[in-house]
Structures are given as structure tokens and as C-alpha cells.
Design a binder for this molecule. Structure first.
Ligand code: SAH
Ligand code: SF4
Length: 374
């Protein structure tokens, strides 16, 4: 087999259910084969087509000739003192992305990346500071879940629930890579694949309003809004996309999203607390007022430091005071505990390992192009 043949093989990990059905129709097979493949690949973690025993030998041979199951390469894995696990994954020729598994008492949450870098360029985010490199393809997004699920050992235990929740909160703005992200989330919630309930798959967004409306037409996963400021003046500074889609437009689109779901939803609002910037009691009051229009709970995230940022994490007392005020107003308000920061796996610290000057320049250029396109 030469390199050319390898390259031209279809990666089954990168096909949605619909694309798999179309693929089987195109080779003269019945579309239900798609479900069989999804079960083998995503439910059981099998990468070897010859093991797919409910397909005829002839079909397996045909598939082996034309297809493969190629997961992204893990180049580095590290376990934090608190049990958080971080993987650095190579995608394509040179790009690196990160994913993080956060085990807790009764659940384990996998934090998945959707892009290499990010064009939104929030002032407090290490990924944003890195600039935008490129969108991830479906195989690279769902491949993260596949790799993490297989890390618990093969064959996968039937009905094992090692990963109970997935959050699209790794590198990138998921709504700026719409189709692959939606296809990946569909596989996460497919009973024949990862079988997670739609409430356990969370998409976090900085607020790409038209894409929230588009999402409401095709999905009803949990939506989390990265708000971080209670007024437009401050949010323009922290989350620059706010200049295009200001707070009220954003909250209106969230209301439309919630209305389109067939169950009652409380939206999670993420709010990073940065010392002396957005963590005054006056900000808490403004936030409490603002959110009266939307059933919401608030997740406070003390800023995680990274090299090159002048922002500081507020003291525990300031964080508590902010939380207490919102609780008194009747909001469920939690403080996100920092996990994995000894291995740079905490929120906002995800940058991939390689970050040299030339690549920064290349990314800055692409960043400009994507920002213009938003
Ligand atoms: N782009 C999406 C999803 C990825 S960011 C979004 O912004 O929602 C995931 C979360 O990490 C967001 O809530 C983001 O605000 C938070 N985050 C980014 N940088 C951080 C930092 N330095 N400290 C703490 N949280 C951070
Ligand atoms: Fe992008 Fe989210 Fe980071 Fe903002 S916080 S730069 S949207 S990854």
C-alpha cells in the first residue's frame, strides 16, 4: 500500500450518520449499514474493519480497501494532581489542540475543542490571544471523544459511562464552525454512538447571534452563554464580538433558543471574575437586574492566569461577595473550582504546546480574515 492510497481512503470517523448513509447508497449498499458502522466505531471504539462481524466478509473487504478509521494523533498526555487529564492532539500536519477530562464524584466531563485557536479574541483568553488557525473537521472533533472513551481500555465495556458530559468549551468558538460541531454533537447524543442526553452536551458560545438562531432549528443541546460583563461598554472590551452582537440582541436570541426547546430550560451564564475589572458589587447588581428577563443560573469563574496577561484573579472574599449578592437575588450561583491548573488544563489556559513567533504571525493574518467574515 503506498502513501497515495492511504491518503485517498475515506475516514469513517469523519462522516455524520447522513453522510454514512449516502456513502453506503453510493456503493450500492443499504443505508442501515450506517447504524452498524456507527455502533462499531463510536459505541464500541473499534478501529479495525475486519472485526465488524455483522458485515459480510465481502463488504468488509470492500470497506478496508476504501475506508479507514483514523483518530487524531495524541502527542502528549498528562494527569493532574487532582485527577484532571489533559491530552494534546495533533491535527493535520502541524496544528495542536487540547482536550481535558475532569472527573468528579458522580460524573466525568470532557472538554472538547472546536477550532485551532480562536478569532473572537476575548481579552482574558489564552486561546484568543493565540489567534485563529483553522476549523476542526468532524473527525477531529468527534475523534477527541473517541480517543478519551478508548483511554479507559478496549474493548469498551458495554453501557460504560466513563464520559458522562461533554462541554464544547475547549479551544475555539463552536458556533463559528457550525456544521462539523452540530454533526459531532449529533453523534454524542446518538443512542447508537455515545448515547449522552441532550442536557449533558453543552455548547458554550461568546454570542454569535445568527448562529444561535440557526442552532435552534437543528439542535436542542444545552446552551451556555459566556457573558462576562453586565453592560455593553465593558463587554465590548472583554468580548469584542459584543460590538457586533450587543447584550440585548444576544439575550433575545437565547430566549428564542429556549422557546424552541420542548422542555423548560434554565440557561447557564458564564461570568469570569477579573480583579478590579468586572467584579465590583455594582457589577453584580447590574447583572442581577439584566438577567431578570431570562431564567438563568450563573457560573462564576475566577480568572485563570496565563503568561502575557496583566489580569489578576480576585481574592476569595471578592468572589464570595459577588456570589452572595446574586444568591440573595434568588439566582443559583456557583463558583467553578479550578481544576488541572498545575498542568495548564484549566479554562482559558488551552493553547496547544507549540506557539512560536512565525506561527503567531500566520495566525494573526488568518484571524483578521475570519474576524472580517463573522
Ligand atoms: N468560545 C466559547 C467556548 C470556549 S471558551 C466561549 O467563549 O464560550 C470556554 C470558557 O472558558 C468560556 O466561558 C470562557 O469564557 C472561559 N475562559 C476563557 N479564558 C479564561 C480564563 N483566562 N480564565 C477562566 N476562564 C476562561
Ligand atoms: Fe474564543 Fe471563547 Fe476564548 Fe473568547 S473565550 S477567545 S470566544 S475561545
Amino acid at each position: 500500500m503506498n502513501i497515495k492510497t492511504i491518503k485517498s481512503k475515506t475516514n469513517l470517523l469523519g462522516l455524520s450518520k447522513k453522510q454514512l448513509e449516502d456513502f453506503f447508497i453510493s456503493i450500492g449498499e443499504k443505508p442501515f449499514r450506517a447504524t452498524q458502522i456507527i455502533k462499531w466505531v463510536h459505541q464500541r471504539g473499534v478501529a479495525d474493519i475486519s472485526l465488524m462481524t455483522d458485515l459480510s466478509k465481502q463488504l468488509r473487504e470492500k470497506l478496508e480497501e476504501n475506508c479507514e478509521i483514523r483518530a487524531p494523533d495524541v502527542v502528549y498526555e498528562k494527569l493532574s494532581n487532582d485527577g484532571t487529564k489533559k491530552w494534546v492532539i495533533k491535527v493535520g500536519e502541524k496544528d495542536l489542540i487540547e482536550m481535558v477530562l475532569i472527573p468528579e464524584k458522580n460524573r466525568a466531563t470532557l472538554c472538547v475543542s472546536s477550532q485551532v485557536g480562536c478569532a473572537v479574541d476575548c481579552s482574558f483568553c489564552a486561546t484568543g490571544k493565540q489567534g485563529f488557525s483553522r476549523n476542526l473537521n468532524l473527525d477531529e472533533i468527534i475523534g477527541q471523544v473517541w480517543v478519551a472513551a478508548n483511554s479507559f481500555g478496549l474493548p469498551r465495556e458495554p453501557n460504560s459511562r466513563h464520559i458522562t458530559n461533554v462541554v464544547m468549551m475547549g479551544m475555539g468558538e463552536p458556533l463559528l464552525n457550525f456544521e462539523p460541531v452540530v454533526n459531532a454533537m449529533n453523534l454524542m447524543t446518538d443512542d447508537n454512538a455515545y448515547g449522552l442526553s441532550k442536557r449533558k452536551v453543552t455548547l458554550s458560545t461568546s454570542g454569535i447571534v445568527p448562529k444561535i438562531d440557526e442552532l435552534s432549528k437543528v439542535s436542542d443541546v444545552a446552551l451556555t452563554i459566556s457573558l462576562h460583563a453586565p453592560n455593553d461598554e465593558l463587554r465590548n472590551e472583554l468580548v469584542p464580538i459584543n460590538k457586533k452582537y450587543p447584550i440585548q440582541q444576544l439575550l433575545d436570541s437565547v430566549k428564542r433558543y429556549v422557546d424552541s426547546c420542548d422542555d423548560k430550560r434554565v440557561t447557564t451564564i458564564e461570568y469570569i471574575l477579573i480583579d478590579g475589572i468586572n467584579d465590583e458589587l455594582s457589577h453584580a447588581k447590574e447583572l442581577g437586574e439584566l438577567l431578570k428577563q431570562l431564567p438563568s443560573k450563573i457560573n462564576l469563574i475566577p480568572f485563570n492566569a496565563f503568561e502575557g496577561s496583566d489580569y489578576l484573579k480576585p481574592s476569595g472574599n471578592r468572589v464570595k461577595r459577588f456570589q452572595q449578592y446574586l444568591q440573595e437575588q434568588g439566582y443559583i450561583t456557583t463558583i467553578r473550582s479550578t481544576r488541572g491548573d498545575d498542568i495548564m488544563a484549566a479554562c482559558g489556559q488551552l493553547v496547544g504546546q507549540v506557539n512560536d513567533k512565525t506561527r503567531r504571525k500566520e495566525r494573526a493574518k488568518k484571524n483578521l480574515i475570519q474576524t472580517k467574515a463573522i
